[in-house]
Ligand binder design. Structure first.
Ligand code: PMP
Length: 416
């Protein structure tokens, strides 16, 4: 026996019960049980038994219009996309079983990265297994101890988690407040490493960031800029490159983060950049290195979809029409909306509280419409929201039906 380490002959009895590490969830367990005890359908446990198209599914035994997916451009059933996935599955198998830096880079991953470079007209593209990991990886690797991250307080969870992982000093500012952002930047030592993190479209309210002003200020204070364009890729900007393109600042930002789980219609994440040293990220970014790469079928569907999105201007125009019609119609019905004008494909309907939000969600699903119920901590200012996200494949008639279901459900619940 080594010296200094006592080895009891008998197992020691534990004193007391010890702390149940689940006790911190008691409040949310009670809240959920309270909602379900009223006989409500569980808004967070919906099962799609069959998916008929990008805009229709059988949910809980009923044919349902989908108004709560991120399938903005309706690419999930595109015949070319589906065919590319099938072919890659047959040719390359079901998975890579390895990291991108070992055995997990197939020709398809490189072709997918080339499609992203072409789509954004940028020098470098790096594909991650999810958008969550893209934010986690890039932010934590770029900004570490001693550096500063200035970010919008309403940033996505993956951005906050990336900040926490990198251990930089985190300096949040009020949502979309240009002056507040500048004030924070002014206080940071001039010679410190600084990263400003913004989103093109904020997914809870569907509002757009004033990127023109914000990027100019970030540059004035010598900060690098990362913009998450998850909810604008394929839709906003002349070539669908996002709010950075629409605001004319795409050449001034250092990193664009995106995802394949929205307009691209599959799963995966990416970062594109023109930084000359960007490729080193492949060796130093832990959420890229220490996880398996995407299956060949997924990168093949992503590549095909991205290339088709380069020519999606008709679909983009139709999606804008849908967004405007839904916003106008809901407003005329008397619903309170997250933005004065439609700014993206997300229209948020503000509910008075969680109780009424859950009741309205249930009425909508009973009447054949699926939307997202969103509640704190995901939402800003403790709001309960019914988030509607439109698809370029919703027809004009479907938008009409959606409005009829909102009217019927709103009257049933007494919200309008
Ligand atoms: N960024 C934003 C702004 C998002 O809304 C999301 C997902 N909702 C992500 C990143 C993560 O994307 P993914 O689904 O690919 O993990």
């Amino acid at each position: 026996m080594s010296e200094g380490i006592s080895q009891p002959d008998q197992p020691q009895e534990l004193e007391g019960e010890g702390k149940d590490l689940f006790s911190k969830f008691d409040d949310i367990i009670a809240l959920r049980e309270g909602l379900l005890s009223q006989g409500r359908e569980d808004p967070f446990n919906l099962v799609m038994e069959k998916v008929l198209s990008p805009t229709r599914a059988i949910c809980n035994g009923r044919e349902t219009i989908l108004l709560g997916t991120y399938n903005y451009m309706g690419m999930t059933f595109d015949p070319d996309v589906v065919e590319a996935g099938k072919q890659a599955l047959a040719d390359f198998g079901s998975g890579t079983t390895g990291s991108r830096v070992l055995n997990g880079t197939y020709q398809g991953h490189k072709e997918c990265e080339q499609a992203l470079k072409d789509f954004y007209d940028m020098d470098h593209a790096m594909v991650f297994s999810t958008g969550y990991q893209a934010n986690l990886g890039i932010i934590s690797t770029i900004a570490g101890k001693g550096d500063y991250i200035v970010l919008d307080i309403d940033s996505h969870a993956s951005i906050w988690d990336g900040c926490a992982m990198g251990q930089a000093e985190v300096v949040p500012f009020k949502h979309n407040d240009i002056e507040a952002m500048e004030k924070r930047l002014k206080r940071i030592p001039a010679d410190a490493g600084k990263l400003v993190v913004l989103e093109g479209v904020y997914s809870m309210l569907g509002d757009v960031a004033p990127l023109k002003e914000m990027v100019a200020i970030a540059k004035k204070y010598g900060a690098m800029v990362l913009v998450d364009e998850a909810h604008s890729m394929g839709f906003i900007g002349e070539n669908g490159r996002g709010v950075v393109e629409d605001a004319g600042v795409i050449d001034d930002v250092d990193f664009i983060i995106g995802t394949f789980s929205k307009s691209v219609g599959t799963v995966g994440g990416f970062c594109v950049s023109n930084h000359p040293k960007f490729e080193i990220m492949r060796l130093v970014c832990r959420p890229y290195v220490f996880t398996a790469s995407l299956p060949p079928s997924v990168v093949a569907t992503a590549e095909t979809s991205i290339r088709k999105l380069m020519h999606g201007s008709n679909k983009r125009a139709h999606l804008w029409e849908n967004s405007k019609n839904l916003h106008k119609g809901l407003r005329e019905l008397g619903f309170k909306l997250g933005t004065e004008e439609p700014q993206s494909a997300i229209i948020a309907v503000v509910m008075p509280d969680l109780e009424q939000g859950a009741a309205m969600w249930e009425a909508l699903i009973r009447n054949g419409l699926y939307v997202n119920l969103a509640r704190p901590p995901a939402t800003p200012a403790n709001m309960t929201l019914l988030r509607c996200s439109l698809c370029a494949e919703h027809s004009e008639e479907e938008v009409g039906q959606i409005l009829e279901i909102f009217e019927k459900s709103g009257k049933e619940v007494g919200i309008i």
